[in-house]
Design a binder for this molecule. Structure first.
Ligand code: 4AD
Ligand code: MG
Length: 478
């Protein structure tokens, strides 16, 4: 079953037992009396210290023990005199699986900028910051599955290749095949692709919602958790071309139930991370504090753990879109014409408006509901006034929209009307419309952008730093 992980070894009592460690060298330090190797295997932010005596190993071998090299160490686990660690290993045997050339290995023990690390996405998981983020990301993914499982939801695997454009925004990547009737490349050297996927138009999914609704009309409560794709050319710190989305869909839930679930859900998974990622979150908090040192007092952020606890401990503010517009119209930036985009009923709120509401006005997460029908998707249930729909967006400090959802239109005629209104050919979503013909039911759901949640929990500021291999226009080559 492989060696004991360093996270478990660090918790063992130092009884001089023999242990085997495998991992990568973070640092090597030589003094007159000893050689200290800090080893990390990614199981924890903490390194284990391994100590050798001068002369114990040949200078040739020790030269290959470099930052980034991979080792197998056998030795005795003993009490450590070093600060911040209970145990260390007295090395008896040392094997170098692979050295890492000091002149070319990019991750030398010094501070690297996040921009630089983005260029070496193949190696950045070996840094403290990224390994911490990846462990927090894993823990959140686990907590999400656990949350829904515990609440009686079923994990529904919705397709990645689909014909539908769930959001109707036209931001799809087309799926095609090579055109085998033509030469592999055109005269200009471009690959010869067909127009479609074996005679049908197909694209990468932008959302699993529509298929999720089919599941909810049979299993009552389902959720999807998978990659989704948006072919938008937006180079922001909040958008990716490939991101993971969690989309629960529930029969017999109205908008109010949907909001209650969304709030309980994010609070529960953040709490799980607080309880299970203490070392990593402490590390990330200290990292932020370090960055903040150079900023003026009023620009410093709340310590990460305090920020997370605040969100977990306080009710989210709930108000309608119309009420939010009123607040924005009364606001200082509106009156002083400081918003880039003018405010008025009917506008699609931009992130400056959302952030004003969350960060300046309410100073806590906000759920906005009942948006104008014109700016929301076709599937949202129309309100009685005919002007607004039962939409809800959850807005978070520092992030903006983290969740988008709604109660769904369950009336066949009204849905068909909306489908026609927004220019979707009803033929292409006949299967979706049929759910409203056969045993329709009130139902609701929402989508949480997973990377936006990971951004919030880790305190990072660029979405490209919270997914192992970010995809965005002109992103990395693998
Ligand atoms: O608001 P969106 O587009 O809603 C839907 O896709 C619905 N079908 C969800 C549902 O009701 N089942 O996306 C939902 C969330 C957003 O709130 C945001 O957190 C995230 O997905 N998101 C993105 N995250 C990263 N990069 C992008 N390009 C994103 N677009 C949306
Ligand atoms: Mg949205």
């Amino acid at each position: 079953m492989g060696p004991l992980q360093i996270k478990d070894l660090l918790l063992q009592a130092p009884e001089s037992q023999s242990v085997t460690l495998k991992g990568w060298v973070r640092t090597k330090r030589e003094s007159k009396n000893a050689i200290f190797i800090a080893l990390n295997d990614g199981s924890t932010i903490n390194n284990i210290q391994a100590v050798a005596q001068p002369g114990q190993f040949s200078p040739e071998l020790l030269l290959t023990v470099t930052t980034g090299s991979c080792l197998k160490i056998t030795g005795r686990l003993v009490e450590s005199m070093g600060a911040g660690q209970n145990v260390e290993v007295q090395i008896e045997d040392l094997h170098v699986y692979g050295t890492a050339d000091v002149d070319t290995y990019p991750l030398q023990p010094k501070k690297h900028s996040l921009e630089f690390l983005r260029e070496i996405a193949h190696l950045r998981p070996r840094t403290n910051t990224f390994s911490a983020i990846l462990r927090v990301r894993h823990t959140l993914a686990f907590a999400i599955n656990k949350y829904f499982h515990d609440k009686g939801f079923f994990y529904l695997h919705t397709p990645i290749i689909t014909a539908s454009d769930a959001e109707g925004a036209g931001e799809m990547f087309r799926v095609t095949t090579l055109d085998l009737d033509k030469p592999p490349r055109t005269d200009e050297g471009k690959i010869n692709y067909k127009e479609d996927f074996f005679g049908r138009e197909a694209n990468l999914t932008v959302s699993g919602q529509l298929e999720g609704e089919l599941g909810a009309m049979a299993l009552s409560k389902i959720y999807t958790f998978g990659p989704t794709f948006r072919a938008e050319n937006s180079n922001t710190t909040r958008h990716l071309a490939e991101f993971w989305m969690i989309e629960p869909e529930m029969a017999f839930f109205e908008l109010q139930d949907n909001m209650d679930l969304a709030e309980d859900f994010v609070k529960t998974v953040i709490t799980y991370a607080l309880e299970n990622c203490k070392d990593d979150l402490n590390f990330l908090q200290n990292r932020l504090a370090e960055e903040d040192k150079n900023k003026p007092q009023n620009e410093r952020s709340l310590p990460l753990l305090e920020k997370l606890r605040f969100v977990v401990d306080n009710p989210f503010e709930r108000l309608t879109y119309t009420e939010a517009i009123e607040i924005l119209l009364q606001s200082k930036p509106h009156k002083e014409k400081k918003f880039q985009f003018p405010v008025g009923w009917g506008i699609d709120l931009s992130s400056e408006h959302e952030r004003y509401l969350v960060e300046k006005h309410f100073k806590k997460p906000v759920i906005l509901t009942n948006y104008p029908r014109e700016i929301k998707s076709f599937y949202m249930k129309l309100d009685d006034d005919g002007k607004t729909v039962r939409a809800m967006d959850v807005l978070f400090p520092g992030i903006g929209e983290i969740i988008g959802g709604s109660q769904r239109e369950d009336n066949y005629e009204k849905l068909l009307e909306r489908v026609n209104e927004v220019g979707i050919d009803p033929e292409t979503i006949w299967w979706y419309l049929e759910t409203r013909k056969f045993g329709t039911a009130p139902h609701s759901g929402f989508g949480l952008g997973f990377e936006r949640l990971v951004l919030f929990v880790t305190g990072m500021t660029n979405i490209r730093d919270v997914i192992p291999f970010p995809r965005y226009p002109k992103s990395a080559e693998f």
